[in-house]
Write a protein that binds this ligand. Structure first.
Ligand code: HEC
Ligand code: HEC
Length: 272
């Protein structure tokens, strides 16, 4: 290359902000679209069905749900709230490499992971009406978010993983600040249509292979969102303590978890 060609090449590279494979774009604000923007017609019908399946999962998909939960019990506001696994922007994030399975996951794979683990149930068929409805809902929620760009508040957030959990203190916090809704035995509170307050341990809860069964993931969710309506009132240490207590109470097994992180990068709070 001549000097001039090098200069042009360098200018082009910086103009397209091409900085190599590891550059992650800065997050954009989490701005879910207004409900009124759901279009009329078949696509709008699918978006609305997808939302309904997220909030009433247990009643509407009894063959795929093996516990008492709905997706929106953890993905608050049907996937519109920061630090509770928002779905906004996910349309342009998947397919994505994930270390747990050490492979590229489609958005369908990721949804089915939560069916099998968080919902202790069975995968949905990839081309089913229900899977497509959930995808349509997530696509609509992602309107305006550039491809490959996460939203601020993606995932459950983070807590300091060097904090040492104290489950005895965690149990005290649970009794004081959680049991009024989730029950003394973590069993939740049910009415005739389902749970008003979801179970946090026992057979009707998420299984051992779920992300929420990991101390620091649960701690981050709890810190930001619990007690419901009083997010960010617990200290990080209290959140870690109560998360350790709750996650290590009895819950359903998940045999395939023994294959998780087979290629390394196992987080210290993994349960397999
Ligand atoms: C018990 C809590 C819980 C329930 C119930 C649950 N999930 Fe999740 N979900 C999680 C956790 C934890 C993560 C991982 C978040 C992270 O990466 O920090 C997650 C991640 C996801 C992701 C990927 C998010 C991202 O940013 O990459 C999708 C999509 C998803 N869940 C869909 C669902 C669907 C659909 C359902 C219902 C069928 C469901 N989840 C039920 C806890 C739950
Ligand atoms: C005022 C009632 C209330 C209190 C108090 C409360 N929660 Fe929750 N919690 C809820 C509700 C309701 C949901 C589901 C939210 C939804 O569906 O929108 C939830 C969801 C959860 C979930 C995810 C779903 C599941 O069942 O696993 C966890 C974990 C959780 N809470 C833990 C806690 C912990 C720990 C505390 C105490 C620090 C606590 N909560 C205090 C009402 C409460």
């Amino acid at each position: 290359m001549t000097h001039r060609q090098i200069a042009v090449f360098t200018a082009l590279v910086s103009a397209t902000s091409w900085t190599g494979a590891h550059a992650a774009p800065a997050p954009v604000p989490l701005n879910p679209p207004a409900e009124s923007t759901i279009p009329a017609g078949p696509e709008g019908d699918a978006i609305k069905l997808g939302k309904l399946l997220i909030t009433d999962t247990r009643n509407r998909l009894p063959n795929n749900v093996g516990n008492g939960l709905n997706c929106s019990n953890c993905h608050l506001g049907a996937g519109t709230v920061a630090y509770s696994g928002p779905y906004v922007g996910l349309w342009g994030m998947f397919p994505e490499y994930r270390t747990r399975g050490a492979n590229i996951n489609s958005l369908q794979d990721r949804i089915n992971d939560c069916f099998q683990r968080s919902m202790n149930g069975k995968a949905l068929a990839y081309d089913s009406k229900e899977m497509n409805a959930m995808l349509m809902y997530m696509r609509w929620l992602s309107t305006g978010v550039p491809t490959g760009t996460p939203v601020a508040g993606r995932g459950m957030g983070k807590v300091d993983t060097t904090l040492k959990p104290d489950p005895i203190h965690g149990k005290q916090i649970y009794t004081q600040k959680c049991a009024s809704c989730h029950g003394a035995q973590g069993e939740g509170l049910k009415n005739e249509t389902g749970y008003v307050f979801p179970p946090v341990w026992g057979n009707a809860s998420f299984n051992i292979g779920a992300g929420m069964a990991r101390t620091y993931t649960a701690a981050a969710f709890i810190k930001h969102n619990m007690p419901l309506g009083q997010g960010n009132t617990l200290s990080e240490q209290d959140a870690v303590d109560v998360a350790e207590f709750v996650t290590h109470q009895p819950r359903p097994p998940y045999a395939p978890a023994t294959n998780d992180y087979a290629k390394g990068n196992k987080p210290k709070d993994a349960r397999n």
